[in-house]
Write a protein that binds this ligand. Structure first.
Ligand code: URA
Length: 210
């Protein structure tokens, strides 16, 4: 598995604002969207291009156009929704699937409660979105849900804003072929499952449900 750290100065600056506990919900939401936008710019760097003949108002020329498979964005509910707007702005033709999971109180493992995917999911490159990669259990379950629907692991990119080493390790062990994009690998998880230093509960801060 490859972990790609997006260390662009604009991204790192915005992530610091995001981490700051004084950042309110409106700014937090805007920052998540902006960072996701910049992340997908990097995460689409390897999309294939093909030459195309066009005519400008001045002359005929050959330009480049995207030639590969179409894209699908799959936010993990609910915090993943915060990343959607910023990405959609860059790839407006992408279709959108949703995966919802809750945590079983006994096993502490995620259970899928909702999954609605585009019909042509298996023909698309998939960007799986969750701002926080903490224990990695939801990410593993979300990838499993995609694989169960016929998606190939090579077609999935996982985008998170902040990752814990524990989550990276679990994803790496379970799906060695998966590519993860993140802006930071933080220090550790605390005993409540929060990433340290992290940024708190991403869903609560995005939706103002603190
Ligand atoms: N989910 C969050 O929103 N924050 C964390 O720190 C861990 C999981």
């Amino acid at each position: 598995m490859a972990v790609k750290i997006i260390d662009h100065p604009l991204v790192q600056h915005k992530v610091t604002l995001l981490r700051d506990k004084r950042t309110g919900s409106k700014d937090f939401r805007e920052l998540v969207s902006e960072i996701a936008n910049l992340m997908v710019y990097e995460a689409t760097r390897d999309l294939p291009l093909v030459d195309v003949e066009i005519e400008t108002p001045i002359a005929k020329t050959v330009g480049k156009t995207l030639s590969g498979r179409k894209l699908a964005l799959v936010p993990i509910l609910r915090a993943g929704l915060g990343m959607l707007g910023g990405i959609e702005r860059l790839v407006p033709a992408a279709k959108i699937g949703h995966i919802g999971m809750y945590r079983n109180e006994e096993s502490l493992l995620p259970v899928e409660y909702f999954c609605k995917m585009p019909l042509d999911l298996t023909e698309r490159e998939i960007f799986l979105l969750d701002p926080m990669l903490a224990t990695g259990h939801s990410a593993v379950a979300a990838v499993a849900a995609l694989l169960k629907r016929g998606v190939k692991i090579e077609s999935i990119r996982f985008l998170c804003l902040v990752a814990a080493p524990e989550g990276i390790e679990l994803l790496e062990k379970t799906y060695p072929e998966l590519i993860i994009y993140t802006t930071s690998i933080d220090d550790h998880l605390n005993d409540k499952g929060y990433i340290v230093p992290g940024l708190g509960d991403a869903g609560d801060r995005i939706f103002g449900t603190l």
